[in-house]
Design a protein around this ligand. Sequence first.
Ligand code: GLA
Length: 392
Amino acid sequence: MTYVSRLLLAAVLMSVTLHAQETRLAATPPMGWNSWNYFAERVDDKDVRAAADALVSTGMRDAGYIYVNIDDTWEGKRDTKGNIQTNSKFPDMKALADYVHSKGLKIGIYSSPGPKTCAGYEGSYGHEAQDAKTYAQWGIDYLKYDLCSFIPEVMEKQARHDPQKADELMKQAYDKMHKALVASDRPIVFSLCQYGFDAPWQWAPSIGGNSWRTTGDISADYDRITLIGFSQAGLSTYAGPGHWNDPDMLEVGNGKLTQNENLTHMSLWVLLAAPLLAGNDLSHMKPQTLSILTNREAIAIDQDSLGVQGDRVTEIGPVEIWAKPLMGGKKAIGLFNRGESALPIALKLSQVDFAGGAAARDVWNAKDLGRLQSSYTVNVPSHGAALLVLSK
Ligand code: GLA
């Protein structure tokens, strides 16, 4: 074997190994909790410990919610050597990570490829390798990397009037942090947050992204949640084990969402094989919220080992029908009513490739529906959803 072919072989082996590592890191969509949607800038060490405690005491950890992710506003200044410090809300990140790990959980953190984060705290620009090393020393298992100030500070300054170059700079910035994480020698899930700019589903997997946000920010509002969720149609081909579309974190249990709206949110997210990052106050949640978040059959749809994202089957007026292929030839089906009054929704089994009939299970009502011959009609409340699993 020539020197060149040996080099080539080494490069191929390296890339296969890295790819295998990424797949192992997020073989199914990551599950956990993130501080932003409820606590936003107020989050502190005590809230994160309380969230870790609640994940255990509520049974969420055992249902699969493993990551405890600190979002923006933990960052302090850099020391004289450029090492990132925490601010006074987080007195000792290593101790916090040890605490989270002692509960059988993993811990995530947040930064930006720009000089500042979205909330104006210290970002990683120019300190990528150093920050990745610090995260590894603290025991961090997950990084959400949020574009924010990279846009005005780097993309616009260095690539004015050249959108192609701007996109290139952005991709390089994400690639740089991924390489730094790999070099840190600790497996760290890499979650891209750049709001879907420049179709990240097309390039994020190749720079080691385990997930990438596909849209702008979610809020605890039915219109916003459904605008984001239903706009995911057509993206299913880009997701798979190790790399997932991320329609943003869950708002289940937040704001004034009704029970039906929460059910729609969770049904849609599991059909989308989305990361399931609860975003509510876990220490004070209603039993209905917990029961939606921990429904094992719903979670099993999201976490199905086939790793195929669901997609839209049909959309007629306020009615949407979505399907997600599952292991063993099964399919999860979502029947959604986006309208303002209850509606009967009819599913023809031939629409979802079960023309010969199917055994059906109603997930939210935990009820076997027996064998369906050719169709199934269910009354779905306004803003509500029915979630079924069909098998031959
Ligand atoms: C952006 C992200 C949010 C959150 C905030 C924090 O808006 O999209 O998810 O991380 O920044 O500042």
